[in-house]
Design a protein around this ligand. Structure first.
Ligand SMILES: *Cc1c(COP(=O)(O)O)cnc(C)c1O
Length: 483
């Protein structure tokens, strides 16, 4: 019906009254209603009031679904970038909440009664864990890489530039030597070459996609070389006609030419993944890389380390100290919540016997969530699956115990899968995609996956206390109207 017809644009007040209570703060709903009504005023046709209301309800729901909220991860992907990467365990959360709700000594030295060192305790713990001279932390691994590259490219090198390089030699050091096989993209929007160039570096690409030799590194080194960078190919693997020199060989070369050697490890696994679950391959460990002679490493806090989002930098004390003096460091620093969660995570590694690396002392009892999930045995999972299946008898959704393959995810161990236990759901009239949609669009979303025409929920990434909610969610699948 057009403007001259009988229908008129409803008033904002009327729509708000008819919407009734919804779960969002009223000012947000008012904003949506105004926007929708403005759009109606500009349009040719004015739909029926019921249609107007349904459009507005959909817009409200769409906004509500963007609010950060818990979900049940039935994908079997342990470090899921879309799901906030590593979930934190109860001890870490307890620390976090204690610090969050109270004043604290973030930069206060209680002993001196004056200004204290921010992250001083954490830096010591990280250094012990990485077996490094020093360590520090910034906002995320991308930030760590930017800070390192910005510092080493273009600026004067603090102490290792020999007399031949100072004074008369005015060559700028701005080149980062990197293998073409490591110019990778991680997730959305992290491309190593772009990060390097935006940090003021010139790329000195060497070798080919599949082969880079030590000689390629050797020939690329010049007075313009600021650093050699090695990037862990975390989210893909190459097989076949492949070659790259060992880390220790590159380290020897870098020492000969006095060029800093940096490795972006990506994940920062502290435990030997192949010992946690036998199907897993070995993921590079920070202390190993440093042991091979790398000057500085960086890695994420929220991948296999299992902590909050952060970027850890560890290695030579003089480089760590120099990075901390960079003005940019201030812009990349972590807040008290992240620092306290990371501190608690590192403490768990240093005290917990199940995750403690072999080179540090004895320990306690709580664990790191992502590692606990890797460790879950299929007997445990099977027992839970059977309990869920019997709770779901006579509900209309046929649920049977199936087999799945959990992945580490988050761009780590792309080749490795852990055998796992799934709930396989089917329904006489609903398609697997429809089951998926109904579970996904409830108040506490359940996200599974469809494999070979079956909708599956991998129990490895569902926490035991969520089993009850899962049963509820599956029951609802049949009782819900079309979404
Ligand atoms: C994940 C990853 C990054 C990015 O880390 P963020 O903590 O997300 O910034 C960088 N490099 C490698 C090799 C990675 O795997």
């Amino acid at each position: 019906m057009n403007r001259s017809g009988l229908r008129s644009v409803p008033s904002v007040d009327r729509v708000l009254r008819e919407l009734g209570v919804t779960e969002l703060p009223r000012p947000l709903i008012v904003r949506i209603v105004r926007r929708e009504i403005d759009a109606l005023r500009k349009g040719e046709e004015i739909p029926a009031p019921a249609q107007v209301l349904s459009r507005i309800r959909k817009a409200v729901q769409a906004l509500a679904s963007l609010r950060i909220q818990p979900l049940i991860n039935g994908t079997g992907i342990l470090v899921h970038t879309n799901f906030g990467r590593a979930p934190l365990g109860p001890l870490v959360v307890e620390r976090l909440s204690t610090i969050a709700s109270s004043y604290n000594n973030l930069e206060y030295g209680a002993v001196s009664g004056g200004r204290g060192s921010r992250a001083g305790y954490l830096e010591e713990g990280l250094a012990v864990l990485c077996n490094s001279e020093a360590a520090t932390v910034v906002n995320n691994n991308a930030a760590a890489l930017v800070l390192i590259v910005r510092h080493l490219c273009g600026s004067a090198r603090p102490s290792d530039a020999g007399p031949s390089h100072s004074g008369s030699d005015k060559t700028v050091r701005d080149e980062v030597i990197i293998s073409r096989g490591e110019l990778i993209q991680i997730g959305g929007g992290f491309r190593v070459p772009e990060i390097l160039e935006s940090s003021g570096a010139r790329l000195r690409e060497i070798g080919t996609t599949n082969k880079t030799s030590l000689d390629d590194y050797d020939r690329a080194i010049s007075p313009r070389t600021a650093m050699i960078l090695k990037v862990h190919r975390s989210n893909f693997f190459m097989d076949g006609f492949v070659e790259s020199p060992r880390t220790s060989e590159i380290a020897t070369l870098s020492r000969r030419y006095k060029v800093p050697f940096i490795e972006d490890l990506g994940s920062g696994a502290m435990v030997e993944t192949e010992r946690v679950a036998q199907e897993l391959e070995h993921e590079p460990i920070p202390r190993e890389a440093l042991g091979h002679g790398v000057d500085l490493i960086c890695f994420s806090g929220d991948k296999l380390l299992g902590g909050p989002q952060a970027g850890v930098i560890a290695g030579k004390a003089k480089w760590v100290a120099a990075l901390k003096r960079e003005p940019l460091f201030r812009a990349l620093r972590c807040d008290k919540l992240v620092l306290s969660a990371l501190e608690a995570t590192v403490d768990l590694y240093l005290t917990e016997s199940k995750v403690r690396p072999s080179h540090v002392g004895a320990g306690g009892s709580e664990s790191i969530r992502v590692i606990e999930m890797m460790r879950l045995t299929n007997e445990e999972l099977l027992e839970r699956a059977q309990a869920i299946v019997s709770a779901l008898r006579d509900t209309g959704v046929t649920t049977v115990v199936g087999e799945g393959h959990s992945q580490i995810g988050g761009g780590t161990l792309p080749r490795s899968e852990i055998l796992s236990v799934t709930l396989d759901l089917s329904h006489p009239t609903l398609k697997p995609q429809e089951i998926a949609e109904r579970l996904r669009t409830r108040a506490i979303p359940v996200v599974g996956y469809v494999s070979r025409g079956t909708f599956k929920i991998d129990l490895r990434t569902v926490f035991r206390p969520q089993d009850e909610e899962l049963v509820k969610a599956i029951c609802e699948v049949c009782n819900r109207g079309v979404v």
